[in-house]
Design a protein around this ligand. Structure first.
Ligand code: FAD
Length: 322
């Protein structure tokens, strides 16, 4: 068996996403003795990103630089990554369970006729077996998976596996690989991205989420202020998005984003099952709701019963004093 694991890195606007470093740590959890080979695709300079992967634990990084990889397409990235897999013959591959990870990894797995353990939140060992824990039934239960044959192919949920300490003394080789990317079925000419303020919601350590109780787009302003003092991001329930108080890109839940921050503050959110599916695995949950019977209190570690328009500004003021 090859003692090598590939970690597919992901960047946005020239910066590696934190889940890339978590994926390196996940690969080490699978086999601490294996060579960890980072994989990066793109059209710009990749050397400095490759160095970052090495500082976070990769032993070597293979990069594929091509104009056709300027924007992500499963076709282009699929060809590049498959070509590296063919060369390297790893026994395992790890990537973040992000929008790109969810799109790219099944495609590669099917080409390799391999299985895929998706959305793992923990990796442990039972004797010789590597055990992956993943949520099922919208986070209401967890199942344990063991890969018994073929490539150990896994995506990991952001914010669950602690990245290693960045260590600038680490060294490793960066190898450019030429891949002939052909027959792209999708060519992206322009990427339009909604401007989001500050921290990326999926990777945020603190999320302040508002629901229909916030009552208007203006009502979200105190939530942004609280998120700012906590260095966090703002999210929302579908109720708030449907009411046009905020953009759908903020929606958390079964049909929105899944987040697992260290701290989740649910403000004026009732706690419908579909909302819980996106946040119930957060490490600490604080709920602010005027209804003491609201379902959100059943999953909350700390509950504040009261009017959010009084409580949120008070919290912000107190936190500013710290
Ligand atoms: P409400 O249920 O209206 O709750 C508002 C809360 O605010 C209440 O608990 C109220 O007590 C409180 N409140 C009001 N005023 C104040 C105040 N001044 N101070 C303090 N508290 C106050 N929902 C999601 O969130 N995410 C999803 O991904 C999602 N997917 C869905 C998929 C399907 C197929 C379906 C059918 C539904 C889905 N939903 C989803 C919708 C979900 O069922 C709920 O309708 C929605 O989550 C309710 O949003 P809410 O809690 O903001 O609103």
């Amino acid at each position: 068996m090859s003692e090598k694991l590939l970690v597919i890195g992901e960047s946005r606007d020239g910066v590696l996403r934190n889940v890339t470093f978590e994926a390196i740590a996940a690969a080490k959890k699978i086999n601490n003795d294996a060579e960890i080979v980072g994989v990066l695709c793109g059209s710009d300079e990749l050397e400095s990103l490759a160095q970052e992967m090495i500082y976070y634990g990769a032993d070597r990084v293979v990069t594929v630089k091509d104009e056709k990889l300027a924007s992500y397409t499963s076709d282009g990235y699929g060809q590049a990554v498959l070509s590296i897999i063919k060369d390297e013959e790893p026994y395992g591959i790890v990537m973040g369970h992000t929008a790109i990870g969810k799109d790219l990894t099944p495609k590669i797995a099917s080409k390799l006729e391999s299985g895929l353990v998706s959305d793992a939140v923990d990796i442990t060992h039972d004797g010789d077996e590597v055990v992956f824990t993943r949520p099922i039934y919208s986070g209401k239960a967890f199942e344990k998976k063991v890969v018994t044959e073929g490539i150990v192919f896994v995506t990991i949920r952001p914010n669950n596996i602690q990245a290693l300490e960045r260590d600038e003394s680490r060294t490793g080789e960066v190898q450019d690989k030429a891949v002939d990317i052909t027959d792209l079925r999708t060519v992206i000419k322009e990427v339009l991205r909604k401007a989001t303020d500050g921290v990326d919601l999926s990777e945020a350590k603190v999320v302040v989420a508002g629901g229909r109780g916030v009552k208007s787009a203006d009502g979200f302003k105190p939530l942004y202020e609280l998120a700012e003092v906590l260095g966090g991001a703002v999210g929302a329930s579908r109720g708030a998005c449907d009411a046009d108080y905020c953009d759908y890109s903020l929606q958390i839940g079964q049909t929105g984003k899944v987040v697992t921050p260290d701290l989740y503050i649910a403000v004026g959110i009732s706690g419908a099952i579909q909302h819980l599916a996106g946040m119930s695995n957060s490490k600490v949950i604080v709920a602010i709701n005027k209804d003491p019977e609201a379902n959100i209190f059943n999953v909350a570690d700390y509950g504040i019963v009261g009017d959010l328009f009084e409580i949120v500004p008070l919290l912000t003021e107190e936190i500013k004093k710290l």
